[in-house]
Write a protein that binds this ligand. Structure first.
Ligand SMILES: [Zn+2]
Length: 180
């Protein structure tokens, strides 16, 4: 389980990894959770799952799992629950982002982190971020850099990347305070 490397239960601290490394782990985890959807069309065409690692105020890290459309399928939710552990302070290492209907997975993650006082670190979605005027532009506007191999997996077949990591926290703060 890749998450165990990222989120030690005892210290609550993130082990020293690069943000790119964290984005890679988010990608593996997003693919794993998304892969639990049992129906081919839903899995490959209609839905996306994202995992975004974020830090709480106390520095502990949590994996924010978000879906798209009508939200995460029950098989994905059950898998997240099976992976979730709690540290000695009762904090879970994974949380499910609130699903805003018909909202993309990356946007659901961004909104959840902003509303829950979480500092974003790095993440990834099952498919490359949609563009133009999509999640690709959104995550960059709120301070992240897109990362990873170029793919054309989305419906519109516009090339893009599926992973992202943060660097510009002024942009993030602006978003948290003022919105888009
Ligand atoms: Zn999108």
């Amino acid at each position: 389980m890749p998450l165990s490397d990222v989120l030690p239960s005892s210290s609550g601290n993130l082990r020293l990894v690069t943000l790119q490394d964290l984005a890679n782990r988010a990608k593996a985890l997003a693919d794993e959770i998304h892969g639990k959807i049992p129906w081919f069309k839903v899995r490959e065409w209609f839905k996306v799952t994202a995992v975004t690692f974020a830090a709480r105020r106390d520095g502990s890290v949590v994996a924010v799992v978000s879906g798209s459309g009508r939200g995460l399928e029950s098989a994905s939710v059950e898998h997240v629950q099976s992976l979730t552990t709690h540290d000695e302070f009762g904090r879970p290492n994974m949380v499910l982002a609130t699903n805003i209907p018909d909202t993309h997975a990356e946007r659901n993650a961004v909104i959840y982190m902003a509303e829950n006082d979480l500092r974003p670190l790095a993440g990834a979605a099952y498919l490359n971020a949609c563009s133009p005027e999509g999640c690709n532009e959104l995550v960059q506007k709120v301070g992240a850099t897109m990362y990873g191999p170029i793919t054309i997996a989305t419906k519109k077949k516009i090339p893009g990347q599926a992973q992202y990591f943060w660097g510009d926290y002024q942009a993030w703060s602006r978003y948290v305070e003022h919105g888009e």
